[in-house]
Write a protein that binds this ligand. Structure first.
Ligand code: AMP
Ligand code: MG
Length: 327
């Protein structure tokens, strides 16, 4: 069976095509980059609907198949930006209804974990998922993926992007901050906010901006911002690992591209004798293949949805989803 997965939660509109054996036949996407400022949900949705057709055609072409060969359509049902979710869902419903193919809505955060389990051979990891829109420490327990820690305000990627924007760096801020941080020399004390198992980044972002306006060196600030934010996340991930006694740690999401963050998470995992996994960049960022693969897992374990039950869920939490394939 072949599943076509449609991703659309934020910047990226993606189509992935995956076989039930877990072979990724195509993984194509197009990403909305705002001219200035942050992402406007309706503008992103407009971009996605304008590009959906070509992304879909390219994915089918690369996989060398037609819609006739597709046995299941999966889409990102949440969490994400409302207009963006609705655009992807509309595309999925249209394909499902027109071609008479079953449809399944999948949870975006869980899809990030499942694609890593597929391609990296991670079996039961504690996952640190860090992106522009999400920051969670997740591990499986008793039928569901449980959230062991998360941000209380803005996600890590957003913290980096907001700081970058305020100091005149263009979106995406993460890679630029990483480059500048390499030349940072001295650590500037910034608010380190771990509250129980949760983290908070909005005070950190505003203090870093305030320090910049007071004349602090940008390279030192980038370095200090990274060290502070990453340490907080590694602390929480480490505690989740110690508590669950799992043997693997996975890092994923757009911010997983950061080599300093990888280094810190890897060191922590090694100290606990746990294996460390990071999916390759094209599978760490938002992508259609992860949606397709999670659709296959759900379908194989009896999950069924009628089109009338595919309303998107903007705040669909990771721990609200039954995952029968993990039992
Ligand atoms: P996503 O939300 O998964 O599409 O990922 C986008 C986010 O990842 C943005 O917030 C980027 O700033 C961030 N990002 C991308 N590359 C890096 C990097 N090398 N270091 C830190 N953050 C990054
Ligand atoms: Mg994501």
């Amino acid at each position: 069976m072949i599943c076509l997965g449609i991703e659309g939660t934020a910047h990226t509109f993606g189509v992935g095509i995956v076989s039930s054996k877990g072979r990724i036949l195509a993984n194509v996407s197009s990403t909305f980059v705002p001219e200035k400022g942050g992402i406007h949900p309706r503008e992103a949705a407009r971009f996605h609907s304008a590009h959906a057709g070509e992304v879909l055609r390219e994915a089918l072409g690369r996989a060398g198949i037609t819609m006739e060969d597709v046995g299941l359509v999966a889409f990102s049902m949440g969490p994400g930006l409302g207009p963006v979710l609705r655009t992807a869902a509309t595309a999925a419903r249209a394909l499902s209804a027109f071609h008479g193919i079953p449809i399944i809505g999948v949870n975006h955060c869980i899809a990030h974990i499942e694609i890593g389990r597929l391609t990296e051979g991670a079996r039961d990891p504690v996952t640190l998922y860090v992106s522009g829109g999400n920051t969670q420490v997740i591990a499986y327990d008793a039928g569901r993926y449980r959230v062991f820690g998360e941000t209380l305000d803005i996600p890590l990627g957003n913290c980096l992007d907001v700081f970058a924007r305020e100091v005149g760096l263009q979106y995406p801020g993460g890679p630029k901050i990483e480059r500048l941080a390499r030349d940072g020399r001295s650590y500037i004390r910034l608010p380190y906010a771990v509250k129980g198992m949760d983290v908070s980044f909005s005070g950190l972002a505003s203090e870093a901006v305030r320090r910049y306006r007071m004349g602090a060196d940008l390279r030192d600030l980038c370095y200090s911002l990274q060290e502070t934010a990453f340490s907080a996340l590694v602390e929480v991930t480490e505690r989740a690992l110690a508590h669950t006694e799992k043997r693997e740690v996975m890092l994923t999401g757009g911010v997983a591209a950061n080599s300093r963050l990888r280094e810190m998470v890897r060191m922590m995992a090694e100290e606990h004798g746990a294996r460390f996994h990071v999916p390759p960049p094209e599978l760490s960022v938002d992508n259609g293949a992860m949606i397709a693969w999670t659709g296959i897992l759900a379908h194989r374990h009896g999950v069924r949805m009628s089109i009338s039950k595919t309303q998107v869920l903007q705040r669909w939490r990771t721990d609200q989803v039954d995952v029968p394939w993990r039992r």
